[in-house]
Design a protein around this ligand. Structure first.
Ligand SMILES: [Zn+2]
Length: 174
């Protein structure tokens, strides 16, 4: 079988990432989902742009973040933001929780590395969490891989908040 890319694994990875970043601009005019300006692209064009990044590739990315332009007035306003030192402290605590969680494993050292069976053991959710996930799966047609990924990210958010149990807010990312 002919390889998809005739290059090293590192080069292939870099190609994949550059395709991911292409997806940042989702339409030719650049105003799709803009808070103030209107997208002038023909119907179907946005979908064609999105289709350039394959579903299976998107399925492997843990977090998709939509970034909209920041108005000038918001940029110039001074507001409280959490400083890097306290974020670092929170991340270190979450990593410590995960070190303890996976102390028995030789191959898994953080939530992101869990295999499906381990996700079932580690990422327990209650009935309302199950309902939320079921609705999302039904409505958005998520794959089994996406299901695991949501639970891993939810477990990580719960770790950052030093919560033992995963709550629906951790699943919904709010
Ligand atoms: Zn557009």
């Amino acid at each position: 079988m002919r390889p998809v890319y005739s290059c090293s694994p590192d080069q292939a990875k870099s190609l994949l990432f550059s395709r991911c970043f292409q997806a940042v601009r989702v339409c030719p005019c650049g105003y799709y989902n803009h808070p103030e300006k209107s997208c002038v692209c023909l119907p179907g064009l946005v979908q064609r742009y999105l289709n350039r990044v394959s579903g299976p590739l998107l399925d492997r990315i843990d977090l998709h973040v939509e970034v909209t332009p920041v108005p000038f007035d918001d940029l110039s306003v001074k507001r409280y933001t959490e400083d890097s030192a306290s974020v670092r402290e929170r991340v270190q605590k979450a990593r410590f929780i995960q070190d303890q969680r996976f102390a028995h494993s030789k191959t898994v050292f953080c939530n992101a590395r869990m295999r499906s069976r381990m996700v079932q053991e580690v990422c327990g959710i209650d009935q309302s969490g199950r309902n939320l996930l079921k609705n999302a799966m039904d409505r958005l047609g998520f794959s089994a891989r996406a299901y695991d990924r949501i639970l891993k990210v939810a477990r990580t958010i719960a770790d950052l908040e030093e919560e033992t149990l995963i709550k629906t807010t951790h699943q919904a990312g709010q």
